[in-house]
Write a protein that binds this ligand. Sequence first.
Ligand code: PLP
Length: 370
Amino acid sequence: MAFIPFELERWQSRWEHRVKFNLSESGVDPLSTAELLALDNRDAGQMLDIGLGYAQGNGSDELRDGIARLYEGATRENVMVTTGSAEANFLVCWALLKPGDEVAILMPTYMQTWGLAQNLGATIKEIPLLPENGWEPDPVDVRRAIGPKTKLVIITNPNNPTGHVLSAVALTLLTDCAREHGAWVLADEVYQGAELNGQTTPTMWGSYEKILVSGSLSKAYGLPGLRIGWVTGDRQFVEGLWARNDYVAICPTTSGDYLAQIAINRRDEILVRTRGILNTNYAIVEDWLRNNNLLGWTPAEAGAICLTSYEGGPEPAELAEALRRDYEMLIVPGHQFGLGRYIRIGIGNPTAELQKALQVLEVGLKSLLK
Ligand SMILES: Cc1ncc(COP(=O)(O)O)c(C=O)c1O
C-alpha cells in the first residue's frame, strides 16, 4: 500500500516559519526559557550546568513522578516520557496494530493516528462528529464502528479541530463498547488544561484498564519546542513502549527533561496564563467573525483554535494555498482534518499579531470567497 503522508504536518512543517501571518497553530504563544525558569525562581545560570549526556530513556524519575501525580493512582511506572505526544501516539499504534486490525476513530480529528494506523496496515472505522449534534457521536455510529476486530479506539478530547469537550455519556459509551470487544483505548488529551472556561477536562485515566492516555507540554503549557510528551498506561504495556522507544528517540533531551519538571511543578500558573490568552483572543476572533460575516463557526470550548466554515468559493486546499501564496497567511484547510469547506484559525498568537493577521485574512477571504 502506498504511504499516506500526514498532510497537516507536511503543510505546517513546510510553511509555518516561512509566512508572515501564521494562524495555523493550535497552542498558545510559547513561553521563553527565561520565562519558564523565572516561574520557579531558578537562576538561568543553572541551565548552563546541565550535562548534555543521554538522559534516562523513559524520562527522569522526577519528571515521571510529576506526570504521574496528574493521574490519580498512577506511579512513575505507569508513565513513559516521549518526544511530544506525536511519539506517544506513534509508539501506541506501533505496539498495537498489525495488518487486518480495525481502528475506530472519531472524525474530524488531528489525522496523525488516522494515517499512521493505515500505514501499519489497519483499517479505519470512522465515527462521525457533526456540528448539528454539537460534535457529539451518534450512539448508533459508535456501536457500528467498534466490533470484534477493533484493536484500538482513538479519542481526542478536547478535540482538534472542533475544540469540543466530549460529554461523559459519549465517553462512557465509547469505553463500554471497547470493553465489550476487548479493545484498547487511546485518549489523546493533549488539549487538556486549555479550556476557555477554566474547567479542566477530566482525564479518561482510571475509567478502563486498557486506557492509554497521551499528553504533552505543547498546547496547554505553551512549550511545544521542548518536545516533551508522555503515555500513561498499564505498567507492563508502558514498559513495552520503552523498548520500542529504543528504536526511535532513545531518550528525551536532558535540557527538555529538566525544563519539563519545572513546567509540571508550575502547571497551575502556566494554565492561568494560557487561559488568559485564550479568553482575550477568542473574544477578538468572535467579534471579527460577527462583524465581517464571512465565515460560520461553532464556539470552541478548548484549544487555541476556532473552526470556521464557509460556503461557495474554492475547495479548502485551493483557498489555503491562495492565502499562503498571495497573503503570506497560513491557516489549516478543512480537508486536512477530514472535513470539507472549513478552515481552522489559530487564536493563540500575541494579541496584536492576531489582530493584524485577522485584518489580512479578512482582505484575503473577501477577495477569494466572492
Ligand atoms: C490532537 C493532537 N495530538 C498530538 C499532537 C502532537 O503534538 P506534540 O507532539 O507537540 O505533543 C497534536 C499537535 O497538534 C494534536 O493536535
